[in-house]
Design a protein around this ligand. Structure first.
Ligand SMILES: CC(C)(COP(=O)(O)OP(=O)(O)OC[C@H]1O[C@@H](n2cnc3c(N)ncnc32)[C@H](O)[C@@H]1OP(=O)(O)O)[C@@H](O)C(=O)NCCC(=O)NCCS
Length: 164
């Protein structure tokens, strides 16, 4: 079983539709995204260097990405991830996220990565814990735009020599 990250591609719209258009998948993320928003997002991801398709043995299984975010007065990376139901529970999201942390570490952007899963998102919080993020506590977080709710604030230090 080989998990890899590939740049987001022209043919990856159906993958994004399956990830973001499914009410079960979006339970902790404010509900499914509207079809036209998913198309817009797909085009944004195409031009975005740190947005990856997670593949399992070459097959698209999910998405992981990071982007700059102004958080409490500091420029940090925010990281997010998502794996199709048929591929869940096999460590694919954790491995994809570990690879994304490596990519961020190799770059020259912010040295701090935050992730903001809701407290009831068991698998996502487990991934943060497993990869060596530190839980700072609960915060009010805006997602999707205009909607504020409680999230956990996890932080990962890219200058640390170990982790993940
Ligand atoms: C979060 C998500 C990406 C996890 O994908 P996945 O490939 O199943 O994740 P992994 O298999 O790598 O790891 C899941 C971990 O969570 C654990 N886990 C699963 N359900 C859990 C629960 N209810 N409570 C606590 N831990 C749980 C698993 O045991 C596993 O840890 P382990 O490897 O130490 O056993 C997937 O559920 C998803 O796409 N959800 C919808 C989108 C989303 O919520 N994204 C995150 C936004 S911050």
């Amino acid at each position: 079983m080989t998990v890899r990250l590939e740049p987001w591609g022209e043919d990856d719209l159906p993958l994004l539709q399956a990830l973001l258009g499914d009410p079960v998948m979006m339970e902790h993320l404010g509900g499914p995204e509207a079809p036209e928003k998913i198309v817009e997002r797909h085009h944004r991801y195409l031009g975005f260097p740190a947005c990856f398709k997670i593949t399992l043995d070459g097959v698209g299984a999910g998405w992981v990405g990071y982007w700059e975010h102004d958080w409490q007065g500091e420029l940090v990376y925010e990281m997010g991830w998502s794996v199709l139901p048929g591929f869940q529970g096999r460590g694919i999201a954790a491995e994809g996220t570990r690879l994304a942390l490596e990519a961020a570490r190799a770059g020259d952007g912010p040295r701090t990565v935050h992730a903001f899963p809701t407290p009831d998102n068991g698998p996502s919080n487990a991934i943060c814990r497993k990869l060596g993020f530190t839980l700072l506590g609960e915060v009010e977080f805006e997602f999707p735009k205009g909607h504020f709710g409680t999230s956990n604030d996890w932080v990962y230090d890219l200058t640390a020599t170990t982790g993940g």
